[in-house]
Ligand binder design. Structure first.
Ligand SMILES: [Ca+2]
Length: 397
């Protein structure tokens, strides 16, 4: 997971970005794009959340005072300046509120009132940036971050506490407990790291002030903002009360609001879908999500494989990446050597290659179920970490 910039650097850039933004706001202009002090790696939008210092709620000062301070003293100092800027005074935010209200069948006044409470968060804009160019992928290092004793112990405890729901989810959806336990462990360390941003702030920031310097995904986040408000309205929860990751992912399973609306289930039958606080709903929803994305009951996630020696054959098998595209026979024709179970596998597989920095890459033959795990987070490294963490927890029980 990403290296968090040194505190001093983060603090300074945060303050500067807010100063620029609040000055611009006071002058009636669009806030300037926040300064991306240091790109941090972001394995995927739905990756593990990080606690963020800048996310803590700070009361907003009156704009006139802030303006006075900025005009009279442009030098950035440690002061009582607001760490956040609300969106209530911005025309584009209110126009977005009206648009989202129409799209999601919500009362425009209510949506405006919610968005008016949203605050620009510089840390969100910083954390959404891609990893620095040239960062070598390294499966061994990635694996070591997740398959380690403390996380395995936490997984054993989680499994023991929630066995009833894990068993029920396995029975209903065909997704074994170790896969659900692996996902929740990689996503949030079993609830230790679920994110401290107000989801409203995170999604408003990414909808209205998506940072320059990477592919603009503000359309995606505008939709998620609408989904989030619809969810809060349906569940009768104040949007400002829901915390999540810098990208707006919520709870033990780090579901985005749109995924909650589409794929979550009320697994404990209490009449509410609560992905922030209810482990039963999270466990059922993770399993349901995988089932809806092609998980096959009883199928292994992958088989051992030695890749072809011939570079052209290897390239041909790697071309579809993680999409299962070759039968066991087709892989063998190209010179891949599967183990006995892989050679007998009835469906298509993918030759998945994981880089190990300067060392030789690792390979597995991923089945449709490996691919299903990558629908949760589009990365083969993520999927294999989930699978191996689940196996390690199962072995330690
Ligand atoms: Ca429930």
């Amino acid at each position: 997971m990403p290296a968090v910039p040194p505190a001093a650097t983060a603090r300074r850039s945060t303050t500067r970005a807010v100063a620029i933004a609040s000055l611009a706001l006071t002058l009636g202009a669009m806030p300037a794009a926040p300064v991306a002090a240091q790109a941090v790696s972001s394995p995927a939008v739905r990756g593990e959340a990080r606690p963020a210092k800048a996310a803590k709620a700070t009361p907003a000062a009156k704009p006139s005072k802030a303006a006075q301070r900025r005009v009279s003293s442009p030098k950035i100092q440690s002061d009582n300046a607001p760490d956040a800027v609300t969106y209530g005074r911005r025309d584009d935010a209110m126009a977005l509120a009206d648009q989202l209200a129409q799209q999601h069948g919500l009362a425009p006044d209510w949506v405006r009132a919610q968005l008016a409470q949203a605050r620009y968060q510089p840390a969100v804009a910083r954390l959404i940036m891609p990893p620095p160019a040239g960062t070598a992928k390294n499966w061994a290092a990635y694996r070591a971050r997740f398959i380690e004793p403390e996380r395995v112990r936490a997984g054993v405890a989680f499994w023991a506490t929630h066995q009833r729901w894990l068993d029920a989810a396995a029975e209903r959806y065909g997704v074994p407990a170790d896969i659900v336990v692996g996902i929740i462990g990689v996503e949030t360390f079993y609830g230790r790291v679920t994110g401290n941003f107000r989801v409203l702030d995170a999604l408003a920031t990414l909808s209205l002030d998506f940072p320059k310097g990477r592919k603009d995904r503000s359309d995606f986040f505008r939709d998620e903002l609408g989904q989030f408000l619809r969810l809060a309205h349906t569940e009768q929860v104040a949007p400002t009360s829901i915390k999540g990751s810098f990208a707006g992912a919520i709870g033990l399973g780090q579901f985005m609001p749109g995924s909650i609306n589409r794929f979550s289930v009320d697994f404990d039958g209490d009449g509410h879908i609560d992905m922030a606080n209810n482990p039963a709903d999270v466990i059922g929803s993770v399993a349901h999500y995988l089932a809806e994305h092609g998980w096959q009951r009883g199928m292994p996630t992958h088989h051992a494989v030695k890749p072809p020696v011939d570079t052209a054959d290897r390239a041909a098998l790697l071309a579809p990446d993680i999409l299962p595209s070759f039968t066991a026979a087709q892989m063998a024709e190209r010179g891949a050597v599967l183990d006995a179970a892989g050679a007998a596998h009835p469906g298509p597989m993918a030759l998945v290659e994981l880089q190990n920095g300067d060392a030789a890459p690792s390979h597995v033959a991923g089945t449709q179920n490996f691919y299903a795990v990558t629908r949760y987070n589009w990365s083969s490294y993520y999927a294999l970490a989930v699978i191996e963490l689940g196996q390690a927890v199962a072995a330690a029980r």
